[in-house]
Structure formats: structure tokens, C-alpha cells
Design a protein around this ligand. Structure first.
Ligand SMILES: Cc1cc2nc3c(=O)[nH]c(=O)nc-3n(C[C@H](O)[C@H](O)[C@H](O)COP(=O)(O)OP(=O)(O)OC[C@H]3O[C@@H](n4cnc5c(N)ncnc54)[C@H](O)[C@@H]3O)c2cc1C
Length: 410
């Protein structure tokens, strides 16, 4: 647990010692750490809700049943997250997820993932999976060698695409699943009674830090003793330290003048768009569909579907379909969802459309991060997000923790 120290002195010209732009888990994690160091901290979030990709969508017309529109699972290997949960007294509320299997969605039919497996090819290839190094390799290069070409094509490629919701062949193999030590005393995978949005809600709810939503930041400039942050509503705020915790395309716009090389490196990171549709269906209408973790789609308009069956509810079942961008219009997307679930459109009791975004990392990314870190060294600007160590919640918090230690050592 990080000790909560006295707030450091505030200079009269500054509104806050530290401003964090972006209220996703990276920004909130950074704010949590810095507030625990005794630094007066403000988070500015552009949307009316905090959490970013942690977004448990509630359906008020369906008795407040919720389904995750983004992130859905935390693991006992998420050490930084577990520390924050402990700080906030949330460990009691960890809720185990029921273990369920994914099904394959191929040629308009649901089937077992085992049917797509080529066992002989797998046995022949597996030694290379353990022998080869992932460093500087794309996902396709590493896993075709370690699992076999047909296994990659028919099963693992689509499964990895479903995880990061984008084309995955050139995604850095070492950033797809970063190995993290497991905390065996904690349940293996978990959520919360109100979904993963309980986490940002709890971080935001502590008195030690301030969070303002609906505050889109349009620009940042350097001052003699820190930074001036301009909001889209015309207001401006000053701080000694600044953290950008927004997606890379937004961060590139906000990197202040004088740091052009950093801006170019950040701006060179792509972003994948995902058109997520979340539906809530009466459980009675889905008697034909046994509980499942979700669907891995092979060559379809959606990458994957994630169900909420891991936390059963007597009344409703929920599903998040992650569609490729600009592939189907809204009506055809709903038809595709109904087909995948085997229901008529009238059975949909609630529906939400959510734009999601994830960084499109490419081979060589760790070298880019090293260059960015060299440019940040010794300064009072921090960068965090899901575009440093990997996209998982724990990757975000690990980066935020490192950046907080750099800005506020000791
Ligand atoms: C569909 C999906 C499923 C996933 N599943 C899992 C999972 O099961 N487990 C897991 O560990 N990870 C999962 N992830 C990954 C993980 O959820 C994300 O990588 C992580 O939550 C990203 O957090 P972040 O704070 O870096 O970015 P974001 O969540 O994108 O937050 C950035 C915030 O910055 C705000 N912002 C942007 N521009 C501005 C501006 N100019 N001014 C003010 N605010 C601004 C945005 O509104 C947003 O709230 C999933 C992601 C997706 C999309």
C-alpha cells in the first residue's frame, strides 16, 4: 500500500500541482498514485463519464442489468490493480467469473473451437513456441512458427484478432500477452458486482483527488514553472506537473511546443476503431443457446463477441459484439447479431452502440517507447496509456506507476 502523505505546497500561480488529462484507467491510476504521494491532483476527462474502455453499460429499462461494452476481465496477475483495490478497500467485492468456453463463429454457424484445430501440426510446431523469442517479432511470425500455419489461420489468428479487435499479424508478439506474476491467493479471474466500472467509480470517489468530467482539453503550453492546460470551453488551468493519459492521436495534439520529436513519435502510433454493439436479451428467449464466454469470428464483420454469462442473471443475458469499422450499416449489424444469437430482432430488450478504440501497435514498438522515454527523462511531463507495455488494464497501471515514480521520486 502506498502511504498517504501530506499534500505538498501549492504555488499561488498554479491551480493544481499535477493535472492528469484523460480519465480512463491509465489516468485514474496515475492520479491515484500521485494523490497517495501527497500531490494535489486533478483529472480532466472529456466525456461525461470516467473509465474510458472500462464501461459497464447499464440498461435502465431492463432492471439495471449491465453488460461490459469494453474491458470485461481482470486476472490475479494484475498486481498493480490489486494494490489499488486494496488501497480502496475493494478486495471484499471481487466477484469470481464463471469459467466458460468460447465458441467459433464461421460460415454463419456456431461450432466448437476444437473443430478448427489441426493437432498434428500443433504437436510438430509446439517446441518452437517455447524455444523461440518473441522480441522484435510480429504475432503472425511468432505464432505461425509455434502453432502451425493452419492453426494460426483457422483458429489462433482469429482468436488474437478478437482480443485486440484489429488486424493482428504485425502486432508485437511480446506485447500481446505480457507475462505477469500471479497472486495465487486471489481468485484467477474476476469482475465486480456492478461490472468493471466499479473500479473507476471507486478511484474517483476518494477525497484525495479531484476529477472533472465533460472537460475536453484542446491544448497545452509550457510556462516558466510548468504547464497551462486549455479546455474546449475556454477555461485554462495551470500545473507544475502534467500527465497525458489519452489515446496516442489525442496525445500527439497535446504534446506542448518544443517537444516536436516526441510529438512525432507519439503521432506515429496508429489507432484501431471498433464499432461495439451491446445487446440485452431476455434469458427466456435464449433457451437454445447454452452459456458461453463468447464467439471468436473467422472472417466476419465482427471480430468477436463477449457474453456476460460469466455472471448469470435469471432475467437477462448480455452480449457485446465488436465490429470492424465501416463494414456494415446499423441495420445489417443488428441482423448479424440476431443471426449469431439465433433470435428475432423483436427479442432485443436493450441495445447500445459504443465507439471503442485501441492502439494499433506494430513490431518495433518497444524501440519507439525507449526513444519517447529518453525525451521525457528529467522533465515534468508524463505519458501513460495502453500504448506502452501492452493494452491490458495491468499494462496501463504498470506504466502509470513507473511514470509516477519518475515524476515524484521518494
Ligand atoms: C473491447 C475491449 C475489450 C477489452 N477487454 C479487456 C479485458 O478483458 N481485460 C483487460 O485487462 N483489458 C481489456 N481491454 C483493454 C483495456 O480496457 C484498455 O486498454 C484500457 O482500459 C485503456 O485505458 P486508458 O486509460 O489507457 O485509455 P482509455 O480507456 O481510452 O481512456 C482515455 C480517456 O481519455 C479521454 N480523452 C481523450 N481525449 C481527451 C481530451 N482531449 N481531453 C480530456 N479527455 C480526453 C477519453 O474520453 C477516455 O476516457 C479491452 C479493451 C477493449 C476496447
Amino acid at each position: 500500500m502506498i502511504p498517504l502523505r501530506e499534500h505538498r505546497d501549492l504555488n499561488m500561480n498554479r491551480d493544481f500541482e499535477h493535472i492528469v488529462i484523460g480519465g480512463g484507467i491509465s489516468g485514474l491510476g496515475m492520479a491515484h498514485y500521485s494523490a497517495r504521494c501527497g500531490v494535489s491532483t486533478l483529472v480532466l476527462e472529456g466525456e461525461e463519464r470516467v473509465g474510458g474502455c472500462l464501461n459497464s453499460r447499464t440498461f435502465p429499462d431492463c432492471g439495471d442489468f449491465w453488460t461490459e461494452a469494453g474491458s470485461h476481465t481482470c486476472f490475479n496477475s494484475y498486481g498493480h490493480l490489486l494494490e489499488i483495490l486494496r488501497d480502496l478497500g475493494l478486495m471484499e467485492r471481487l466477484t469470481a467469473k464463471k469459467g466458460l468456453s468460447y465458441r467459433l463463429w464461421r460460415g454463419g454457424e456456431r461450432g466448437s473451437v476444437l473443430f478448427a484445430l489441426h493437432p498434428l501440426e500443433l504437436i510438430r510446431s509446439l517446441p518452437r513456441l517455447f524455444r523461440n523469442t518473441k522480441a522484435n517479432k510480429g504475432v503472425a511470425e511468432f505464432f505461425v512458427a509455434g502453432l502451425g500455419r493452419r492453426n494460426y489461420q483457422d483458429l489462433f489468428g482469429p482468436a488474437f484478432r478478437g482480443v485486440v479487435c484489429q488486424e493482428v499479424d504485425d502486432f508485437p508478439a511480446d506485447l500481446l500477452f505480457r507475462r505477469k506474476p500471479k497472486r495465487k491467493e486471489v481468485m484467477r479471474r474476476f469482475t465486480f458486482p456492478g461490472g468493471l466500472s466499479d473500479i473507476p467509480r471507486a478511484i474517483t470517489g476518494q477525497d484525495a483527488l479531484k476529477v472533472r468530467t465533460g472537460q475536453r482539453v484542446s491544448g497545452v503550453s509550457c510556462t516558466d514553472d510548468g504547464y497551462r492546460v486549455r479546455l474546449a470551453n475556454g477555461e485554462s488551468l495551470g500545473s507544475r506537473y502534467l500527465t497525458l493519459a489519452v489515446p496516442p492521436d489525442a496525445a500527439a495534439i497535446l504534446v506542448p511546443e518544443g517537444l516536436e520529436e516526441l510529438r512525432d513519435l507519439v503521432g506515429g502510433i496508429g489507432v484501431a476503431e471498433i464499432e461495439t454493439v451491446v445487446v440485452c436479451i431476455p434469458a427466456a428467449a435464449l433457451g437454445h443457446l447454452p452459456p458461453l464466454a463468447g464467439l471468436i469470428a473467422v472472417d466476419d464483420a465482427f471480430y468477436s463477441m463477449v457474453s456476460r454469462d460469466y455472471l448469470p442473471d435469471e432475467r437477462y443475458r448480455g452480449f457485446a459484439f465488436h465490429f470492424r469499422p465501416r463494414t456494415l450499416d446499423a441495420k445489417t449489424r443488428v441482423e448479424r447479431i440476431c443471426r449469431a444469437l439465433g433470435i428475432a430482432e423483436e427479442r432485443i430488450a436493450g441495445m447500445s452502440r459504443i465507439p471503442n478504440r485501441l492502439p494499433a501497435l506494430r513490431a518495433g514498438h518497444p524501440e519507439r517507447v525507449r526513444k519517447m522515454d529518453a525525451l521525457l527523462a528529467g522533465g515534468r511531463l508524463a505519458l501513460t496509456g495502453n500504448w506502452f507495455l501492452g493494452v491490458s488494464i495491468e499494462d496501463c497501471l504498470t506504466r502509470s506507476h513507473q511514470e509516477c515514480e519518475r515524476l515524484f521520486p521518494g
